[in-house]
Design a protein around this ligand. Structure first.
Ligand code: ZN
Length: 293
């Protein structure tokens, strides 16, 4: 009897905790579900040409629903290779083309791609203020309703590898700077821009426990995988020996293994393919923390 009573009590407590967690969870949800967003301007910022890949299902969906998408990449990706024959310049060109080809698959045009041209692997050593000023410029120019970027962290700074780490914090700092008219005021006085506050955020690449929203990408799964197959210098044997942008020119079985690998990377929830994000709505100052006393 005592045991039964205890179990009942435990179930009650667990239900209460789950309800509490759920209410917190739902509190963080977008007012309108992401798959119903229309007419929004969306700016995704990444460090390398392919960082947007993890959001390609969502981007394909948003594009189809008449949202206006821009992808801004901070570096050219010009050191990401183990091919001893590859030069930085060649890789820079190859990765630009891969990015454009991948974007085309999900319905985006070259005009929707911005690359700031920094060296791969060295964002931490680049001039921070110069990068932030450039990001601020693109935020003020494009006025995104939603900004997507590496998650800078929720309550604690989150670990990312070097360029991703830099990108997460540079973007967070740029978003904050963009809203103050006296910061980089030359853009406002001479370039016909205005101070701009980004209202909504979708953070990718953060801790799983911090993610609070997911998008069902079932209808866009094939497009995502096909787009992924364009990054041959990164996700094929081209990483070790680049043989061009035509997958059929690679060793026998290459095509199969690239597509299998991309399929293995897809995340599922209740048997549905999903992309997960941390959604945040509010002033940029609060993007990385809970409300404080
Ligand atoms: Zn990257």
């Amino acid at each position: 009897m005592i045991k039964k009573h205890l179990i009942k009590k435990l179930i009650g407590i667990t239900t209460f905790i789950l309800a509490f967690v759920n209410s917190e969870h739902s509190y963080s949800q977008p007012l309108i579900p992401i798959d119903q967003w229309e007419g929004k301007t969306i700016l995704l910022i990444g460090a390398h040409p392919d960082d947007d890949y993890q959001s390609h299902g969502t981007l394909a969906l948003l594009n189809e629903n008449n949202n206006n998408i821009f992808i801004l990449t901070l570096t050219t990706g010009n050191v990401g290779t183990k091919d001893p024959e590859m030069s930085k310049n060649d890789l820079s060109k190859i990765r630009r083309q891969e990015q454009i080809d991948a974007m085309k698959v999900i319905g985006l045009a070259e005009e929707q791609y911005i690359n700031l041209g920094y060296d791969d692997g060295r964002l931490e050593f680049a001039d921070k203020e110069e990068i932030i000023e450039k990001i601020v410029y693109h935020i003020r120019k494009n006025k995104p309703d939603v900004l997507m970027s590496f998650d800078p962290g929720y309550n604690y700074q989150v670990w990312h590898k070097s360029d991703h780490r830099s990108a997460a914090y540079l973007v967070a700092d740029a978003v904050r700077a963009a809203e103050w008219r006296l910061m980089y005021s030359g853009q406002i006085i001479h370039q016909n821009l205005n101070a701009y506050t980004v209202p909504e955020f979708l953070f990718y690449g953060g801790n799983i426990k911090d993610k609070n929203t997911e998008v069902n990408i079932a209808e866009y799964l094939d497009k995502k995988i096909l787009a992924g197959s364009k990054y041959l210098s990164q996700w094929s044997s081209g990483w070790n020996k680049y043989l061009g942008s035509d997958i059929d020119k690679y060793p026998i079985g290459e095509k199969d293994s690239v597509f299998k690998r991309l399929k293995r990377r897809i995340k599922y929830h209740n048997d549905l393919p999903v992309e997960r994000f941390r959604y945040y709505k509010g002033i940029p100052d609060g993007m990385g923390r809970e409300k404080r006393d």
